[in-house]
Design a protein around this ligand. Structure first.
Ligand SMILES: Cc1cc2nc3c(=O)[nH]c(=O)nc-3n(C[C@H](O)[C@H](O)[C@H](O)COP(=O)(O)O)c2cc1C
Length: 326
């Protein structure tokens, strides 16, 4: 019997049951299909794609649409879009919906200048009324639930998260993920979990808390401090997908890290092809090796590998040299 037929969902996003309450965050250049599938297998409750520009969807740019390729096992799968023109957003969301996501999410948190300055991503937070119109338009025309991922406001002087959260809810969105920082903060300072708690108190749709969850213990702390419905983890999951299985990286064995290096590399070359897969895997392997004896030396060698055979050869040599010490 499938687990999901006996377990009770932790939450619903409209009519979509979510089993589990810890979720891999959308992360450009990281949360691709191979990595999402790994995290989902380890316990992430659902998958979010990295953000995709509505302009690129409209023109069906193949390289960009690859970000919407998913493994059916990842479901529920959320496609995240960013843009600032409502008509274009809708047109592209309808195209994206055809590819079969369970949910479409609007990015209202990207702080990158080229995104936020033209009014997309966190730029939308400057215009709550427009957020209302955008959410409403998508909710009216899409079949799948619409969700939003926000920050707390543009800067400390314009903390409008409660207003924005209410508008999002009133216009029919089905959940809000909240990164507890402002656009101007970027990734500096500490995420404000108190603000996430305030949002949770103010709305009736599920609230997904995000920001600075680094350890397994932090997951419970965030839940306790904010009462959020689920916790979203970004940076701390890079190099440690085991966090979704309740393990801190310090508790992951050498053997498990090496096995994951092999299997993740396989997934990357299957998905991107040999050369690109190996190159794109480098940033992950650096994280998997972090803190291991001899890891820095191996890292330097792996950065020069261009085929998976070379890569595996170096890792095998490393395992032979170090497996007893770790
Ligand atoms: C490399 C990187 C890429 C990111 N890309 C996205 C993205 O595409 N969409 C999005 O909503 N947030 C994106 N974020 C923000 C994360 O989803 C998350 O909100 C942020 O990292 C805070 O969570 P953390 O403290 O657990 O990392 C990105 C963050 C990082 C570090």
């Amino acid at each position: 019997m499938k687990l999901e037929t006996v377990l009770k969902p932790n939450l619903y996003i409209r009519d979509i049951p979510i089993y589990g309450d810890v979720i891999l965050a959308p992360m450009a250049n990281y949360s691709d299909m191979p990595y999402r599938a790994i995290c989902r297998e380890y316990g992430s409750a659902m998958s979010y794609t990295e953000f995709v520009a509505v302009e690129a969807i409209k023109y069906k740019i193949a390289k960009v649409l690859k970000r919407f390729v998913y493994d059916p096992q990842e479901r529920p799968i959320v496609f995240q879009l960013f843009g600032h023109e409502i008509d274009l957003f809708l047109e592209s969301a309808l195209v994206a919906q055809e590819i079969g996501p369970d949910i479409i999410d609007i990015n209202m948190g990207c702080s990158a200048k080229k995104v936020a300055r033209r009014g997309a991503g966190a730029g939308l937070l400057k215009d709550p009324q427009k957020i209302g119109r955008l959410v409403n338009t998508l909710v009216m025309h899409l079949d799948v639930p619409v969700t939003c991922k926000i920050r707390l406001g543009w800067d400390e002087e314009s903390l409008n998260y409660l207003e924005v959260a209410k508008i999002i809810e009133d216009n029919g969105a089905s959940a809000i993920a909240v990164h507890g920082r402002t656009k101007v903060q970027g990734y500096k300072g500490k995420a404000n979990w108190h603000a996430i708690a305030e949002i949770k108190q103010a709305v009736n749709i599920p609230v997904i808390g995000n920001g600075d969850v680094v350890t397994v213990e932090d997951i419970d702390s965030m839940k306790n401090q904010t009462n959020c419905d689920a916790v979203m983890i970004g940076r701390a999951a890079i190099g440690n997908p085991w966090i979704f299985a309740g393990k801190n990286i310090t508790d992951v064995t050498f053997h498990d890290r090496v096995q994951l290096i092999y299997s993740h590399l396989d997934k990357m070359t299957d998905f991107y092809g040999e050369e690109r897969g190996v190159i794109l895997f480098r940033k992950h392997v650096v994280k998997y090796l972090h803190g291991l004896i001899g890891g820095a030396k191996l890292r330097a060698k792996l950065m020069r590998c261009t085929t998976s055979a070379e890569f595996v050869h170096e890792v095998v040599g490393y395992v032979e040299a170090y497996s007893c010490d770790c």
